[in-house]
Design a protein around this ligand. Sequence first.
Ligand SMILES: [Fe+2]
Length: 261
Amino acid sequence: MAEFRVLALGDVCGDCGIDFVCSRLPELRRELSIDFCVVNGENSSMLGITPSQADTLFSHGANVVTLGNHAFARREITSYLEGRQDILRPANISPVNAGFGWGVYDLGRVSVAVIALIGRISMDPAENPFLLAEKLLEEPKIAQCAIKLVELHAEATSEKTAMGYFLDGRVTVVWGTHTHVQTSDARVLPEGTGTVCDIGMCGAQYSVIGSNAEAAVRMFLGHPREKFVAAEGKAKLEGAVITADTASGKCVSIETIRINE
Ligand SMILES: [Fe+2]
């Protein structure tokens, strides 16, 4: 069996997250024999990502950078997305937005498809991600890929779990991002799709989902909302490692990882 190893990293939060990912990712790729790495970068500036932050993630080992509900919070990313398939905003947001929501990558021995989707529960309006996923799987360029990776950037664990079952046997893996809290439900479903509700985040260990804890507490006490500021201090890196069989495209194993600074 020829194996294909994927590393998916959860939402990178602020400089703390970017610096730690960049300091560990090249070595991690070697240690874990990673063939392909997808990094959610939409919180690199806490709200959004700049072109230079995306370049930094690519130059340190990300093959694809995914985005989410804050995809366009930094307006300067808009022109960067034009014509590029290695940085993906959700496929099911309005098509008036720049960029692509899916990409295919020919690695020689295997072709990989990545589909980025966003959920609809407690999120901004978006097209139905389930129906769009089904439609995209019929797209010839995606259909011919042995390895199909799906990221669902969503709030609700139910929506993310349901997507795993919906696509079970049809894609290699469905992982969730956005809550920044890693869940302990990584498993291979009966028809061979790996799934996990949320792979976690890369950012400050002592934070409220990556942001400054004191400011978050003030907000929950009822003080006026402040600008989101990334927390600093010791970092952590969270994600999932997926092993797939290149012949069947099925997931052999999926496990979450966490590395504390
Ligand atoms: Fe998000």
